[in-house]
Design a protein around this ligand. Sequence first.
Ligand code: ZN
Length: 271
Amino acid sequence: MIEKDILLDNLSKIEHLTFRCECCKKGVKLLDQSKYFESESEFSRSEFTEEVNGFKTKIHRRFSAGFICSNPECGDISIFVGDKNSVLKLEEGICQGKVTQFPVHHDKITIYDIIPTLNLFDIKSYSFKAEASALEGELEEAFSIFWRNADCCGMKIRSVLEVVMDDNGIDKTHIPMSGKNKGKVTTYNLYERIELFHDKYPNEDLKAVLNNLRKLGNIGSHPRENLTREKLVFMLETLECILNQLYTDNRKKLVELDKKLIEFMTNTQFN
Ligand SMILES: [Zn+2]
């Protein structure tokens, strides 16, 4: 997962941000100052009028920032859009032998969108069984909406679980033999699909965590209930852990290790 400070809006300088280029997978994306724009909002100009020593105590700005890949053969660009909130603080320092207070602006960066979507954790190394494009698409949509709306992202994480069920061959529908839907094609809900998944791949811990993630994902669809960024980041971390367990393919590594074992055996004199 990428740095939590960025995900939790604890970033103070946009130029501190760097990330791997998903386009060439070789370079690193860095802020290009010539592609940075910011402007104070009208609300800030009219409402934040308090000053200390001629410095405004609060400023709200909106920005767009271009990040360019460091690989000259690539040069791909990512655009960030967001808010910069600055608060004036007085810091003490020594000036001509006297303790003096200096006004310093402390910035807080909030990102609202990143184009193209920044993968919040690495999804390319997973060996999905059948639905690679469906799962990748669903994950990318969750990553894209992360910055804009925590509740929608929570619901998207729930949708990812549905696609994980599809990918593991868990039925979407059934025809009940009794009850009010007897003889009719009936859709399984996610809770039922997780039960079926557990029947196929028994693992109590995994079943519990899938169900808790399902319940948290539901919060976003309830009025008067909200997911926080902190909860959302925790959900994404859990999802990454689940996908690591289900889709990290160790076979290639095992084959390589086995080759080494054979090499060792042929080079060793057994007594
Ligand atoms: Zn690149």
